[in-house]
Design a binder for this molecule. Structure first.
Ligand SMILES: Cc1cc2nc3c(=O)[nH]c(=O)nc-3n(C[C@H](O)[C@H](O)[C@H](O)COP(=O)(O)O)c2cc1C
Length: 186
């Protein structure tokens, strides 16, 4: 399986966790790490180039720091421009059908703050619902989200462990199917 990691961090030189993740994933086979901000410093996205990248991979992971419970702006622009009608959806728009789509998010907020009753009110699964809906709309299979919290206070050891957890997540993540739900409920 060929995996495309789309990294959307506005300034990786100031990043700890997203940079560490990207550096670790670059060592893996069948992995393309594609950093949006350095690729498009003028914010002019080459839509055909992005679509060709998507065509060449089976699994797409959007990796970003959580910004106001959402994505950094260039990733939103990327969704708006790259996931175009006729290409991603609508008549003949089946380029993402059957692929896997997932997310890897870092947050400053703690893990407890992203649990029900926490001060952020919602889980990462809740907050990422727009991407789950997007995956559904284009006919892709949505993977369980990967997240690391408390990003500003991680020790170097915790940073390295987070990168290894991300690698394990990619190795084992599989979509939840209706059959799984029936099995777990039954
Ligand atoms: C504009 C902006 C908005 C942010 N919004 C949130 C937020 O909604 N929730 C949160 O937990 N952290 C938020 N943060 C903190 C970042 O998510 C955090 O610094 C980042 O995940 C750390 O990753 P890095 O080391 O790769 O930069 C925000 C940071 C910035 C600059």
């Amino acid at each position: 399986m060929k995996t495309l990691i789309i990294v959307a961090h506005p300034d990786l030189s100031q990043s700890r966790i997203n940079r560490a993740w990207a550096e670790r994933l670059r060592l893996l086979p069948d992995m393309t790490v594609h950093e949006l901000y350095p690729t498009y410093p003028d914010r002019r996205i080459d839509v055909r180039r992005e679509q060709a990248l998507l065509d060449a991979h089976d699994r797409i992971i959007f990796q970003y720091p959580l910004y106001w419970y959402s994505t950094p702006p260039l990733l939103k622009q990327w969704f708006d421009e790259v996931l175009a009608p006729v290409w991603a959806f609508g008549p003949g728009g089946e380029h993402l059908k059957g692929k896997e789509i997932g997310i890897a998010i870092s947050t400053a907020g703690t893990a407890a703050s992203y649990r029900p009753g926490g001060y952020n009110l919602f889980t990462i699964g809740d907050i990422a619902k727009p991407i789950e809906a997007l995956a559904n709309y284009v006919g892709a299979h949505y993977l369980p989200p990967f997240a690391t919290h408390g990003a500003r206070h991680l020790t170097d050891e915790q940073l390295a462990e987070s990168a290894e957890a991300y690698v394990r997540h990619l190795a084992t993540a599989s979509r939840v199917t209706a059959a799984d739900l029936v099995a777990s409920n039954g």
